[in-house]
Ligand binder design. Structure first.
Ligand SMILES: Nc1ncnc2c1ncn2[C@@H]1O[C@H](COP(=O)(O)OP(=O)(O)OP(=O)(O)O)[C@@H](O)[C@H]1O
Ligand SMILES: [Mg+2]
Length: 452
């Protein structure tokens, strides 16, 4: 599509000459005066440039530029000056004119270059302005002023406009997907697709055909050809969530995509090219997986060009109040604006909790509290029992015996019983009594564990 330009001059012959000259490259709209020009400016928000005479009957060109720029700031403006109006044109450049050109126009080629330059500059400025405003808009999806989060924002700003692969690490519910979307939305690929793949949800054969697609009859159930997520993400971003869970054979295929930017459909032989940015996320210690030989080191380095680590909520307790107030506003509005605040005691209880489910858990709890609240202000009575009864973070380890990351209920029970027996110098009866269980139960348990 040709860019649109508007030519404003009271002399018809000049309008026609310019229109004839420019029509090969531009769609030309014409106006004899400022009033008519403003109508066209309002009706055509996609105008790339306006050329206007300075001296015209009615409103002059300088006035017109001021109004037209107010109506459409991203449009470029060039003024045509006759003898005696140059000073006016110079003045107009303060009000938004981008350039001026002296009449009579003897060198149309020269004039055309100036027109092209003004359009290019204006469109670049527009692009920069929109990227900047999107940047702030997208980062508004994040709440938190802790140094750890500031570091995350800085990395997003830096990484987003590039095509570098990013690995996002952090515990569950800390905002990994939010970061992935922000990286996409703030990149030059923002208009392309954002495709998320939950790697852990699919078996390895399914995952491969999901990612790379398959040819007809690649396997028994493949009744038609299928386009994979990589092909679908062409020109955009693919988000591989829970990347630690992909198996060895898929890791090899993924590495090949990263190295060659090509892949083949399952059962296919054709190399398919795709222009994709890869963002991966994990809530595991992927470095540890590499050391244990569960994840390929070469793949790890390819994915990890930029590493963004999200802090657990308990490591940034100062952000809890900010998040609470944000979610209060969100859910307060959704629930008819009845609940508008939280009292200090209730907030303190939330700040003291350890939030194993991080921001997602906090968000869910606030929603629940708002829905169930009795008054306008959330109070300690609205805080769920599980949060109050949990030991405060500072005393977390005091009352609990042996506790490891992988503690199941059965393991905890075993540890507790053995600890009690040890504490009573091997006297099982007294240990059972202290634990509040019968001697019979204790013996049955020890039997189960072959520890009689
Ligand atoms: N800094 C933040 N500010 C506001 N909301 C946030 C922030 N971080 C996360 N959230 C919100 O918390 C919820 C969980 O975030 P998200 O889904 O991005 O987490 P995740 O790290 O991908 O979790 P998982 O590992 O479980 O997939 C979302 O509703 C998200 O909008
Ligand atoms: Mg997620």
């Amino acid at each position: 599509m040709k860019p649109k330009i508007l030519i404003v001059d009271d002399e018809k012959p000049l309008r026609d000459t310019l229109a004839r000259w420019f029509k090969a490259k531009y769609e030309c709209l014409l106006a004899p005066d400022a009033a008519e020009a403003m109508k066209i400016v309002r009706e055509n928000p996609d105008l790339a440039l306006m050329i206007s005479d300075v001296r015209m009957p009615g409103e002059n060109g300088v006035e017109l530029v001021r109004k037209a720029k107010a109506a459409n700031p991203s449009m470029a403006c060039i003024l045509l000056t006759a003898y005696g109006t140059v000073d006016l044109a110079v003045e107009a450049m303060k009000d938004g004119a981008d350039d001026f050109f002296q009449k009579p126009i003897t060198d149309l080629e020269q004039f055309e270059l100036r027109v092209a330059k003004a359009i290019k500059t204006a469109s670049l400025e527009k692009e920069v302005a929109s990227l900047k405003s999107r940047l702030n808009e997208k980062l508004e999806n994040f709440t938190g002023k802790s140094p750890a989060m500031e570091k995350v924002y800085a990395l997003i700003r830096k990484a987003a406009p590039t095509s570098a692969n990013v690995l996002i690490e952090g515990p569950s519910g800390t905002g990994k997907e939010l970061v992935a979307r922000a990286l996409h939305d703030l990149s030059t690929r923002a208009r392309g697709p954002f495709i998320a793949v939950e790697c852990a949800a699919l078996s390895s054969t399914l995952l491969e055909s999901e990612l790379f697609g398959h040819e007809k009859w690649a396997f028994t159930d493949a009744k038609t050809q299928k386009i994979g997520r990589f092909e679908a993400a062409d020109g955009g971003t693919i988000f591989l969530d829970e990347i630690s869970e992909i198996d060895a054979s898929t890791q090899v295929k993924l590495l090949r995509v990263l190295e060659t930017k090509t892949f083949q459909r399952v059962g296919g032989t054709e190399d398919i090219k795709a222009d994709i940015r890869i963002i991966a996320a994990t809530n595991r210690d992927l470095r540890g997986y590499v050391e244990e030989g569960k994840f390929r080191e070469d793949l790890y380095y390819r994915l990890n060009v930029i590493d963004i680590r999200l802090p657990a909520l308990k490591d940034r307790p100062g952000d809890i109040a900010l998040l609470v107030s944000r979610f209060l506003r969100e859910f307060g509005e959704q629930n008819g604006g009845r609940v508008t605040g939280i009292d200090m005691k209730a907030l303190k209880a939330l700040e003291d909790y350890s939030w194993p489910g991080n921001v997602r858990q906090l968000r869910n709890i606030i929603e629940k509290m708002v829905v169930l609240a009795s008054g306008e202000k959330l109070s300690i009575d609205d805080v769920p029992e599980e949060i109050i009864s949990a030991a405060p973070r500072t005393a977390e380890t005091a009352a609990v015996p042996v506790r490891t990351a992988a503690t199941t209920l059965a393991e905890a029970e075993k540890a507790q019983i053995l600890a009690a027996i040890a504490a009573h110098n091997g006297n099982k009866s007294r240990a059972a009594e202290a634990l509040g269980i019968s001697r019979r139960t204790m013996h049955r348990k020890l039997n189960e564990w072959n520890m009689k």
